[in-house]
Design a binder for this molecule. Structure first.
Ligand SMILES: [Cu+2]
Length: 176
């Protein structure tokens, strides 16, 4: 009986996922064993050779890591894993690292309006966003490799899905 319901739930969630993201190409089935930290969707020429940092995000809108300390110019590979179960359209997560001096409130407003670009405001990409993962649905992961700023300081990171920053989905990269 339990098995039956588990299967039913799986079928329903699969159907819901299929409906909610009709334009997305289907992802490969998740491997049972833990895969290397490289992103499954990364281009072949992209090598994630920075210091690996894995951050999980969940349905309570919290990052598992809220502080990262790095040396100036250090190469980092941040992997975000969405360990929640709520569908992406209502509970997607991403990881954006902002340049210092970004005025956060206007940035959040612009993010919330950037529906067609997964809540990443294109107009501010010029220098405000230093690194970003894709917006992830449940059980998805993505890795971004980047070089930490060479200027020591505190650089804010956040999930730009509407409302998540306000609930606490944010942290800081400390370059020292
Ligand atoms: Cu989020």
């Amino acid at each position: 009986m339990t098995r039956y319901f588990a299967l039913l739930a799986l079928l329903i969630s699969t159907a819901v996922a299929g409906c909610s993201a009709p334009t997305e190409k289907s992802d490969a089935p998740a491997p049972a064993a833990t895969a290397p930290s490289s992103s499954s969707s990364a281009p072949a020429n992209q090598v994630h050779d920075g210091r690996a940092i894995e951050i999980t995000g969940n349905d309570t809108m919290k990052f598992s890591v809220t502080e990262i300390v790095a040396k100036p110019g250090e190469k980092l590979s941040v992997t975000l894993v969405n360990i929640g179960t709520t569908p992406k359209f209502s509970m997607g997560h991403n990881w954006l690292l902002l340049a210092s001096g970004v005025d956060i409130q206007p940035f959040l407003v612009a993010s919330a309006e950037a529906v067609t670009t997964d809540y990443v405001p294109r107009a501010t990409n010029g220098g405000k966003i230093l690194a970003a993962t894709k917006l992830l649905g449940p059980k998805e992961r993505d890795t971004v490799t980047f070089t930490a700023p060479t200027t020591p300081g505190r650089y804010e990171f956040l999930c730009s899905f509407p409302g998540h920053y306000q609930v606490g989905m944010r942290g800081v990269l400390i370059v020292q």
